[in-house]
Design a protein around this ligand. Structure first.
Ligand code: ZN
Length: 192
């Protein structure tokens, strides 16, 4: 079966990318991308893409291998749609990653040392902490940010991580009002 023209095009793109790294014959790589070749490689479209996860591919998931530290976790959207709810439930059962015995490092803010306060874990059950980067995250926003609409770039607690320990009021601000994105994500968590 002939590959779809678009697949051929994209397949050529990745092939060219790899040739740039491994250009053994020195032949110019810039050419007619649309021209079709009878390479067997075209049948392997997609396999060489340097990605650990693709939402279009249903990988077998070992839940024991899912990372606990927020920094290490891939976005939920990177998983196949049929697997996302199972992954969400797995994390909800495990609860937010709260390494209470960690020796939280100090940072200087206006000359004053500040660090993550372990008591925030008690106040905010959704709050997570990444030992890897000394930043705080929100579990339910990580799990449901794609399903509660556009946050207008406010991904501090779900993607970038929060680390201004001199402003713990930001935690309360993240919760926001009743109809905030965080509270919508919390509602999704409760009904998951
Ligand atoms: Zn949140």
């Amino acid at each position: 079966m002939k590959p779809h023209p678009k697949q051929v095009l994209i397949g050529k793109f990745f092939k060219r990318k790899f040739q740039e790294f491994d250009d053994v014959d020195g032949s110019p790589n810039i050419g007619n991308d649309v021209q079709e070749q009878d390479d067997d490689d075209d049948d392997n479209f997609g396999l060489n893409i340097p990605s650990t996860s693709s939402p279009s591919i249903l990988h077998t998931i070992d839940f024991n291998d899912l990372h606990s530290d927020p920094l290490d976790r891939p976005p939920i959207a990177s998983y196949h749609p049929n697997q996302r709810d199972d992954i969400r439930r797995h994390y909800l059962v495990k609860k937010a990653f709260q390494p209470r015995n960690h020796n939280f490092p100090f940072k200087a803010y206006n000359g004053k040392p500040r660090r993550f306060n372990v008591e925030w874990f008690d106040k905010y059950p959704w709050l997570e902490y990444s030992i890897n980067v000394d930043k705080a995250y929100c579990l339910c926003c990580y799990l449901f940010k794609e399903t509660v609409g556009n946050q207008g770039g406010r991904y501090t607690f779900s993607t970038e991580g929060f680390c201004n320990w001199s402003k713990p009021c930001a935690l309360k601000e993240h919760v926001g009002k009743v109809d905030s994105y965080h509270n919508k994500a919390m509602q999704k968590s409760d009904s998951c």
